[in-house]
Design a binder for this molecule. Structure first.
Ligand code: FE2
Ligand code: FE2
Length: 264
């Protein structure tokens, strides 16, 4: 069969754009790792509204801390399984980012009185995400798109509910890195998922959807009343609709497929 020269040129062009995007993200990660003075003024101390108990601050920030540790474990798995050098280089910068975040949260929590236990729903979410036994695409969907995407939003919400200047300084730096991790997941998966069999794409979608709804209940049950009311009773369903849009956007599923598989 004769090859189509126009298609080949387009393929090369798409591959070059893909590589350049991953390269730019990696360069940003390397620059972030090189910064010796991050500018955080740790003497600022923790400030919180009178109504908010310090134990809740510790519990909420501790969940972000455990998320960082689980993400490092997932990235180490990716380094063993990925066969794309550009992705491997990026993931190495991500591990350095997450280790820096662990350090920030440890330092913050030490000032707040220590690390609290991981909540049941959060532990279940990360355990499930780490035990995916299919291809690495499933792990990237779960961590980079669903869990890191939600983590980024939660950090922003905490910033709104909890106007602590020290948390804000730390959060600004972490959110910048997390935005880069989510961007990597989207760029990498948009190209990789095109080559994945329909059955595997659907298996990942159904798995991550089940993970979401199985864990949402226990996570919501652990929210203090004021937070529960702020996010609303239909939080899990509402947020899943946003997650589903992101999964359609990266090409994991088509809209009509979600209509079919959301009923399963
Ligand atoms: Fe992180
Ligand atoms: Fe991250």
């Amino acid at each position: 069969m004769r090859s189509d020269p126009a298609l080949t040129a387009m393929d090369h062009s798409a591959a070059a754009i893909h590589t350049a995007r991953l390269h730019r993200l990696t360069e940003k990660g390397l620059r972030a790792a090189d910064i010796t003075d991050d500018g955080i003024d740790w003497d600022t101390g923790i400030k919180k509204p009178a109504w908010l108990r310090m134990q809740y601050v510790r519990t909420a920030v501790s969940q972000l801390y455990f998320g960082e540790i689980a993400t490092i474990t997932m990235c180490e798995r990716l380094l063993r399984e990925l066969d794309d050098d550009n992705a491997i280089r990026f993931v190495r910068t991500q591990i350095a980012d997450e280790q820096r975040h662990v350090g920030y949260y440890e330092r913050y929590l030490a000032r707040a009185g220590g690390i609290e236990e991981i909540c049941e729903g959060v532990a279940m979410a990360y355990d499930r995400a780490l035990t995916w036994r299919g291809s690495y695409h499933g792990a990237i969907v779960a961590f980079h798109i669903v869990l890191e995407g939600e983590g980024l939003r939660l950090q922003q919400l905490y910033g709104d509910w909890f106007p602590c200047p020290l948390f804000k300084q730390m959060n600004t730096l972490i959110a910048r890195d997390e935005g880069r991790h989510v961007a990597f997941g989207k760029i990498f998966l948009r190209r990789q998922l095109q080559t994945l069999a329909l059955e595997e794409r659907i298996a990942i979608y159904q798995w991550v959807r089940k993970l979401w709804f199985d864990c949402a209940g226990p996570i919501q049950a652990d929210m203090p009343g004021i937070v529960f009311r702020a996010v609303g009773r239909s939080w899990a369903e509402t947020r899943w609709r946003r997650q589903r849009e992101a999964l359609i956007d990266i090409g994991l599923v088509l809209p009509h497929e979600t209509a079919q598989f959301d009923r399963c």
